[in-house]
Design a protein around this ligand. Structure first.
Ligand SMILES: [Zn+2]
Length: 155
């Protein structure tokens, strides 16, 4: 049994189960990326929502592995056309299904600190972090929940 049925069982606080398949955007480390679970190969799209210091808050979407494989194949073959590559990446991003979870990452230690539901009453943005305020307000909401002992744990 898992508390986050939309994610594979290996995505747990205190771990770093991800292998980066493709960095889509970065700012001192990746901000948006396609990743795969090292244990079961499930693919996810991580996109930064907010950050402060070495903490990064990510929305997480599931992506069909077939689509990721096709994309990587495409990019390997057509990397000389960045415009086309961008369109293929956008297609995969558009086909990703966002889960109701937010991952709080420690980008320095490369560790999932916490997995929290999207705070009640807040709508998950779909735009890039570059179009978001990234003023720490999402982080405050999520870390205050963690501070109250509402951390998500199995068992
Ligand atoms: Zn897994």
């Amino acid at each position: 049994m898992t508390l986050h049925p939309e994610l594979c069982e290996h995505v747990q606080p205190g771990t770093w189960p991800f292998e980066v398949a493709l960095v889509i955007d970065e700012q001192v480390g990746f901000t948006d990326a396609l990743v795969a679970c090292r244990r079961c190969g499930a693919h996810y799209l991580l996109e930064m929502l907010d950050w402060r210091g070495h903490h990064r808050l990510m929305r997480i979407a599931t992506v069909e592995s077939e689509r990721v494989r096709a994309l990587l194949h495409d990019l390997g073959r057509g990397s000389c056309d960045p415009k086309r590559a961008g369109a293929s990446v956008e297609q995969v991003q558009a086909g990703a299904a966002f889960t109701p979870w937010l991952l709080l990452l420690d980008a320095r230690a490369m560790r999932i600190e916490a997995i929290q539901p999207v705070p009640q009453g807040r709508k998950l943005p779909t735009v890039s972090w570059r179009a978001l305020p990234c003023d720490g307000s999402w982080l405050d909401d999520v870390t205050s929940a963690v501070g109250c002992g509402v951390t998500v744990r199995t068992g």
